[in-house]
Design a binder for this molecule. Structure first.
Ligand SMILES: [Fe+2]
Length: 382
């Protein structure tokens, strides 16, 4: 058996858990906190509430919100300059995947020299990072528990995957109530990202028993609760379940890595600034079809977790139900079905396919791919 490793941060989960942000940072030795968030979270009132919590703990803080969806290298460099100038000693990230990935990248450069571009790939970090507490407000990227930070190299228009155990936050605080301020489209997009994390981590070449249990449970929760969560902003049971699904899928993919959906969607995010979850929702059925022969038994488990009845069916019949379940969910949530709808044109496919092959997520895809295979999938999804 090959050596496997499994890591998670300390996890604090539940309604009102954001009240523990202050003491969590204190426990890590923070005195001056660099608070990374985005304008949507500020407008929803969560940042105001968190700043009160920090003040109650007598923690100095500086709010920084100059991050956009698909965070860019120059945004990170500007953030680090402020972090250093203000002599902050801890990072608090509050928001969706973009804010948290940006917070982790700023933490990286807070104690490591050079440009964020220097850290693309696996295990390039050499100095310990400052204390990090992450609070996701979407369900979600899983970045609050993962060893990933995804940042756009603006010169190459490529999303870089930066992977290191040093990027795993010290404490993840997940308060499902924060999901109630998100609109239906964001809830659907981020939910399809969670589904993609659960499925790609489950069929990943690096999956282990410790990751598979989380991947499968995330799928069960998504099958039961993503539709109701999209249907109502105020469905508390659905929000709690989707927060847990996001967390468990995040734990799974942080340790098992992902696959071709993410390798390909990173390119569209970098090149077209396209919304991550939306792109994943479009690509997932096509990549699942391609990967089918690599793991039919696992596809049967996916079908069962997504609510399909497989009793009395042969393996080929039951495993194909995984595809049907994914397509139906995507359709019920009104996810777009073609990449042309988000701006991809055929001329761009060759370049994006070449870049996708170099993405680290491609290394754990269960079926080998060459540039032609990737291009064919992009064309099928057009
Ligand atoms: Fe993702």
């Amino acid at each position: 058996m090959q050596i496997s490793k499994f890591m998670t941060p300390e996890i604090i989960f539940g309604n009102q858990s954001i009240a523990q942000i202050g003491e969590s940072l204190r426990r890590l030795g923070a005195t001056r906190v660099f608070l990374v968030s985005d304008s949507g979270v500020v407008n929803a009132g969560w940042v105001e509430r968190i700043m009160q919590i920090l003040s109650q703990q007598k923690l100095a803080y500086h709010l920084w919100t100059n991050v956009t969806a698909n965070p860019k290298d120059y945004e990170i460099h500007a953030g680090v300059a402020e972090y250093r100038a203000l002599e902050c000693d801890a990072i608090l990230g509050v928001g969706g995947g973009s804010a948290i990935d940006a917070a982790k990248a700023i933490a990286l450069l807070g104690t490591n020299d050079g440009s964020i571009v220097d850290y693309e790939g696996v295990d390039k970090i050499t100095h310990p990072l400052p204390p990090m507490v992450m609070v996701p407000t979407t369900a979600g990227s899983g970045s609050e528990v993962s060893q990933f930070s995804i940042i756009v190299d603006s010169a190459r228009k490529v999303k870089m995957a930066i992977i290191s155990k040093s990027l795993i936050p010290d404490i993840a605080i997940i308060d499902p109530q924060t999901l109630m301020t998100k609109d239906r489209q964001l809830t659907a997009n981020t939910g399809m990202d969670v589904l993609t994390h659960a499925i790609e981590s489950y069929i990943s070449l690096a999956a282990t028993p410790l990751t598979e249990v989380h991947s499968l449970q995330a799928m069960r929760l998504i099958a039961k609760h993503l539709r109701p969560s999209v249907a109502s902003q105020y469905n508390e049971e659905a929000k709690q379940a989707m927060a847990m699904a996001s967390l468990q899928a995040g734990i799974a993919f942080s340790n098992a890595i992902l696959g071709a959906v993410h390798a390909m969607s990173h390119q569209l995010g970098g090149f077209l600034d396209a919304p991550h979850g939306e792109v994943n929702a479009i690509l997932l059925p096509h990549v699942l079809e391609y990967n089918f022969i690599a793991a039919p038994e696992k596809y049967r488990h996916i079908a069962e977790c997504l609510g399909e009845s497989t009793a009395g069916l042969s393996l080929p019949e039951s495993s194909r139900l995984a595809l049907k379940a994914v397509k139906e969910l995507s359709r019920d949530l009104d996810c777009p079905e073609s990449l042309s709808a988000i701006g991809l044109v055929p001329d761009q496919i060759e370049l994006l396919s070449a870049h996708a092959l170099l993405d680290v997520c491609m290394t754990t895809n269960p079926r080998d791919m060459n540039a032609q295979d990737v291009a064919t999938l992009f064309r099928q999804a057009l």
